[in-house]
Design a protein. Structure first.
Length: 340
């Protein structure tokens, strides 16, 4: 730990803080500029990612921590006063409030990322959220998102009414989710031009996290569903327009057309929730369940983990493995052979 968090032993052996240390600053810069410099650095940190959704989540996590630490808005210089015990206390408070380990870990990771970035930016203080100082709660290797069985996924795909324009859209949208395994924020960013031909393949050019692009071949069923939707919506020549659009009015079911803007992630989430309810499926099934289902089913049917990693757009194969639900393992559990 650096001088800003020095501890010493008193005469009775108790650990107590040392005398106040100099406030960390930016190397080579006047200390009086600390508030402005930290403010600029935080803004740059938030802009590092191209994902507006990620920036929003990071800002929310940071605001929550600042409120917990009693730091007023824009008092960025007070970040220099943050110590590991403040981060640990926040972690424990979140846990006591019933937050899941995964959510707490994400928030701690957000703080680690911020202070790591500040140090790269020239800040001379320590990272109070570093794993050497504060342990983040453990999370299961398997993710928590509920997957669908192939049979239930098929029921989902057939649920929309193909006699209405909105139903045709929903059939295409669910087909893309099920056969491409894309994330919901990737889905809503798709443009008509992103559905294209590459040799003998029909593909989607998907823009993932960090602006990384990947080409995903589409199953023939997804191709047919997309072709029907593009024709029904009359958007074949609107190359720069969004691929999936909201209907102009709910009552007309798309018969009066669709608005020339992209559906929101919230709209897609609500759409999936409605079909979950109408089919009587597990209410924990969400949009992300299609991604889990696609990766799990492909793995069960022989796909290599490296191919799955590329398909999912993951930087680390361990992330891909966390999506694989071992459905057969449950039926083979030793619990079923026990007899007393």
């Amino acid at each position: 730990m650096d001088d800003n968090a020095r501890m010493v032993s008193d005469a009775e052996g108790e650990i107590v803080p040392a005398s106040p240390a100099p406030i960390p600053a930016f190397a080579g810069s006047p200390a009086g500029d600390l508030r402005a410099q930290l403010g600029q650095a935080v803004a740059a940190w938030l802009l590092r990612t191209t994902s507006a959704q990620t920036r929003k989540a990071y800002r929310s996590d940071l605001d929550q921590f600042l409120a917990h630490a009693g730091i007023p808005a824009k008092a960025w210089d007070q970040l220099a006063d943050i110590r590991p015990e403040h981060v640990a206390a926040w972690r424990d408070r979140l846990a006591a409030g019933g937050m899941t380990n995964a959510s707490i870990r994400r928030k701690i990771t957000c703080l680690r990322s911020l202070f790591s970035y500040l140090k790269t930016y020239g800040y001379t203080g320590a990272n109070p959220a570093h794993s050497d100082f504060v342990a983040a709660p453990a999370v299961p290797r398997d993710g928590k998102t509920v997957g669908l069985s192939p049979a239930d996924c098929r029921r989902f795909l057939e649920a929309p009414d193909a006699s209405t324009p909105t139903g045709i859209r929903d059939r295409a949208l669910l087909g893309v989710l099920a056969f491409s395994g894309c994330r919901v924020d990737e889905l809503v960013k798709l443009r008509v031009r992103d559905y294209r031909t590459n040799g003998e393949h029909r593909i989607l050019q998907i823009t993932g996290k960090g602006g990384k692009e990947r080409s995903t071949p589409l199953h023939i069923e997804a191709v047919e569903r997309l072709a029907a939707w593009i024709e029904a919506a009359g958007i074949v020549h609107d190359a720069n327009g969004p691929l999936f659009r909201p209907q102009k009015s709910a009552r007309m079911q798309g018969r009066d057309g669709f608005r020339p803007k992209a559906m929101t992630t919230r709209a897609v989430e609500k759409l999936v929730k409605r079909y979950v309810a109408s089919l009587g499926l597990d209410p924990n099934v969400v949009v992300h369940s299609f991604r889990v289902t696609a990766l799990t089913t492909a793995r069960e049917r022989g796909s290599d983990i490296i191919d799955l990693q590329d398909f999912a757009g993951h930087a680390d194969p361990r992330t891909t493995l966390s999506y694989i639900r071992t459905r057969d393992r449950l039926s083979k559990s030793p619990a079923y052979v026990l007899k007393y």
